[in-house]
Design a protein around this ligand. Structure first.
Ligand code: NAD
Length: 436
């Protein structure tokens, strides 16, 4: 059947919305970007020129766009976490369907409100849980859903946030201060992991959660003696400290460039001198890592009790030498364990026959052959970003979406688990009842 592409307007033309919108370039038969809403005139202009629509389809905010009635099938909402309610509600009420970034709300009250708005308007809202679409997690989900390892007894997930990612996003950057960004580190970073846990455990549901965590490393009292306040301006340790902005950003100018060099995006091709000047200014990314206004945790452990009697844990540790996500699921018939960065997992199945491995189990190593560079956010989450955008088109067209498709309703258990884990952490680990 010859169908027209789904038309969409970008709301919040930042890093993430543009990643998903790229589908309009690679598969114009699926998606067409017909407008943009963003208060930033540089981003509006760049988006208009890149996708080739007229100036009449440029709006200065989600609210202004909503006031114009429905001008496309859907919006791709890539505004920041704390703006999702104020931008999504008027657009859903104007009749748009929506691709909405995670976390879709920053607390339980907002989450329940947005779910109600989506329900009352009959809106199709899909949440960007990109990791579900990676070959690694998707294949594990298929195995679990096929019953290969039986009923799950325990699920363990781990996320190590590398020292350069932690320092850029959660100490110097956009998600460092919960009063400014309105999220916690668990919500910003691990709502993916809790979502994955709930998705893999979808035969049951969480009933209780508790959590501990804190800020261990980056505090003023841990600053080395003699440390300055702006690494490249006044710090004698600039060549030595592994967190110095020279070593993290000038020596690696492309890593995290979409955050660190945001303030230079009005320049067509910023030079290394422009970047050095920025690192000598009062830009937040130029600060001494020990002298920022970060108040979010840098490590946190979460314990989940499920209705079926199964248990789960998630451990988030920031400041590791390299990024790593691991999973280990133990079921009544076998186990699955693997490392996301290697895109490889092992399936063990209970098998007491003499020819089995050690006479106890069968062993299957599944290598999905996704190269290391493709796995993280730079590599489009192992192709997950692209597959998610394609699935969104199916979701809007009422075609059969994939196993990974996450409507706003499917996203509730993961988000709620995060809010309650943080509440528990704030209450010294007190268990919280989960009422979905
Ligand atoms: N799925 C993932 O793996 C993943 C990864 C990183 C970030 N995120 C999430 O993606 C979202 C966007 O992050 P980003 O780094 O792309 O943000 P960004 O800051 O680059 O972009 C946000 C844009 O929204 C615009 N904006 C602000 N107010 C607006 C309004 N009222 N109407 C329309 N536009 C408005 C801003 O001008 C900006 O251009 C966040 O919620 C973040 O947590 C998700």
């Amino acid at each position: 059947m010859n169908q027209k592409p789904v038309t969409a307007i970008i709301v919040g033309a930042g890093h993430r919305a543009l990643v998903y919108s790229e589908l309009a370039k690679t598969n114009p038969e699926l998606l067409k970007i017909v407008g943009v809403a963003d208060p930033n005139p540089v981003r509006r202009k760049k988006t208009m020129e890149y996708f080739g629509f007229s100036e009449e389809m440029c709006f200065s905010s989600a609210e202004e766009l909503a006031g114009k009635g429905k001008l496309a099938d859907a919006v791709i909402n890539g505004t920041m976490d704390e703006q999702h309610i104020e931008t999504a509600v008027p657009l859903l009420e104007a009749g748009y369907d929506m691709l909405l970034e995670k976390p879709f709300a920053v607390n339980e009250k907002e989450m329940r409100f947005l779910v109600e708005v989506a329900k009352n308007n009959g809106s199709k809202v899909m949440i960007c849980h990109v990791l579900r679409y990676t070959p690694f997690y998707y294949s594990i989900k298929e195995r679990v859903a096929n019953g290969e390892i039986g009923d799950i007894i325990n699920i363990q997930t781990t996320e190590h946030v590398s020292y350069h990612h932690l320092s850029t996003s959660y100490v110097r950057g956009k998600w460092a201060n919960s009063k400014k960004c309105h999220t916690t580190m668990l919500l910003a970073k691990c709502c993916h992991d809790l979502d994955l846990m709930m998705w893999l455990m979808s035969e049951t549901k969480p009933v209780q959660i508790s959590s501990f965590g804190g800020k261990y490393q980056f505090k003023k009292e841990n600053a080395p003696e003699g440390a300055g306040t702006i690494c490249m301006k006044d710090c004698p340790l600039v060549e030595k400290c592994v967190y110095s902005t020279k070593r993290l950003y000038i020596d690696h100018p492309d890593r995290w460039s979409f955050y660190v060099w945001d303030a230079l995006e009005h320049l067509e091709n910023p030079t290394i001198e422009d970047k050095i000047d920025l690192m000598k200014s009062d830009n937040p990314y130029a600060r001494c890592i020990y002298k920022c206004d970060n108040d979010v945790v840098d490590h946190q452990s979460v314990l989940v009790n499920f209705e079926s009697g199964a248990t789960g844990t998630h451990n988030m540790v920031g400041g590791s030498a390299e990024p790593r996500r691991q999973i280990h699921i133990i079921g009544t018939k076998g186990e699955i364990f693997g490392n996301f960065e290697e895109s490889k997992f092992t399936v063990l199945k209970i098998d007491p026959s003499p020819e089995a491995h050690n006479g106890e189990c069968s062993v299957e190593v599944v290598d999905l052959k996704v190269s290391g560079d493709m796995v993280g956010a730079y590599g489009g989450h192992g192709g997950g970003d692209e597959r998610l955008a394609e699935d969104f088109v199916k979701f809007i067209r009422d075609e059969e979406p994939s196993l990974a498709c996450t409507s706003i309703f499917d996203s509730v258990p993961g988000h709620l688990s995060v809010y309650l884990a943080d509440k528990s952490r704030e209450e010294g680990g007190a268990p919280q009842e989960v009422l979905i």
